[in-house]
Design a protein around this ligand. Structure first.
Ligand code: UDP
Ligand code: MG
Length: 343
């Protein structure tokens, strides 16, 4: 789609898309997002693509588009930082009044921008996509996702909606709040719920991936689930006292049994039972220590306060770079020259 090469005075919409090994689907993605945004906002939008250390040709493909389209902002992270931090890097660069977040694999249809915008115009600050159906995902993935959302809901006070990813349309004030949160273990959909204002669900059917494979294998899903639980709940820390009470009561009951058996004239037999008890108790104690360690490790990492992401390059079309509004900070002005440096 050919668009005129001049930049709008003000940007109304920022579309933010993290990209990791999505080369095969990028052209289709940019085409569909551009059409959807242009249909509503004309040229008053920007498309921020964050390359999260892709190993394929994603970055070159993004640059190719950015060199032709002044509405595209291409951000290259110094390495793979993970989906949530890549998204954070993008959200740190938005200039629009509305922010539309979606995945690069076209599982979230960009054409829903219009209907979601209507909800924002009704007065909502966050319109989050809620999956009523997921196409092309395995029963295992659907099952584990369902289990995760339900476990999380039972542990946290913040209402984190079920079956919701990062696909959402938000107003600027929400993203400003999000950007002001310094935490490293970011479960962005939870943080957005925590921020509040007026939020509403937007039911949609999640498409199958346009191309490529999921970048969320089981290992990463478990890591995200642990991040979510530890950032929003201290309930697991209380398991220690609950387990302590449970085992105390069990110990008391077995003592009564042993004394009763002795009074009956027969002592309870048992190397095997003793060995089993020792092993169970040992493993429960280590488990509890592990949970404590999970929280302690996170406190340690947060305490270091390292930058959340490191940017190696930001690329904009020369027209866009020249018409850049006043640079917000030193690093941002370097960035607008298409050079480099930290986030
Ligand atoms: N992604 C990323 N960094 C990563 C993994 C994923 O930026 O380390 C991006 C990916 O390109 C996509 C989004 O995050 O835009 C969601 O990833 P994916 O589609 O693989 O997850 P799924 O939809 O299978 O949960
Ligand atoms: Mg996906």
């Amino acid at each position: 789609m050919q668009l005129p090469l001049h930049l709008p005075g003000s940007i109304e919409l920022s579309v933010v898309i993290p990209v990791y090994n999505e080369e095969a689907g990028l052209d289709a993605l940019i085409d569909r997002v551009t059409k959807a945004s242009h249909a509503i906002f004309g040229e008053r939008y920007e498309l921020i693509l964050i390359n999260d250390g892709s190993k394929d040709g994603s970055w070159n493909a993004i640059c190719r588009h950015a060199d032709h389209d002044p509405r595209i902002v291409a951000i290259n992270l110094s390495r793979n930082h993970g989906h949530q931090l890549a998204l954070t890097a993008g959200l740190n660069h938005v200039r629009g009044e509305l922010i539309f977040v979606l995945d690069a694999d076209l599982q979230d249809p960009p054409e829903l921008l219009g209907p979601m915008l209507e909800r924002v115009r009704e007065g909502y600050d966050v319109v989050y996509g809620q999956r009523v159906k997921r196409h092309g995902e395995t029963a295992f993935k659907r099952g584990t996702a369902a289990l995760f959302y339900r476990t999380l809901a039972s542990m946290v006070d913040t209402h984190i909606p079920r079956d919701t990813g990062d696909f959402r349309l938000m107003t600027r004030r929400v993203v400003d709040q999000l950007n002001a949160m310094p935490e490293r273990y970011r479960f962005i959909r939870g943080l957005v719920s925590y921020i509040g204002f007026n939020q509403t669900a937007f039911p949609y059917e999640r498409d199958a991936r346009f191309a490529g494979e999921t970048n969320y294998p089981l290992r990463k899903m478990i890591a995200l689930a642990v991040d979510a639980i530890t950032s929003f709940s201290v309930v697991p820390l209380r398991f220690a006292s609950h387990l302590g009470m449970l085992f105390g009561l069990a110990g008391l009951a077995s003592l009564v049994w042993v004394v009763w058996a002795w009074m009956q004239g027969g002592a309870v037999q048992g190397w095997a039972s003793l060995a089993a008890l020792t092993l169970i108790l040992g493993s429960v104690q280590l488990l509890v220590l592990g949970v404590f360690g999970e929280y302690l490790g996170r406190m340690y990492m947060e305490g270091k306060a390292r930058p959340l992401f490191i940017i190696s390059e930001v690329r904009r079309h020369p027209i866009a770079a020249n018409e850049e509004p006043e640079a917000a900070s030193v690093s941002e002005s370097k960035v607008s020259e298409g050079i480099r440096v930290a986030g």
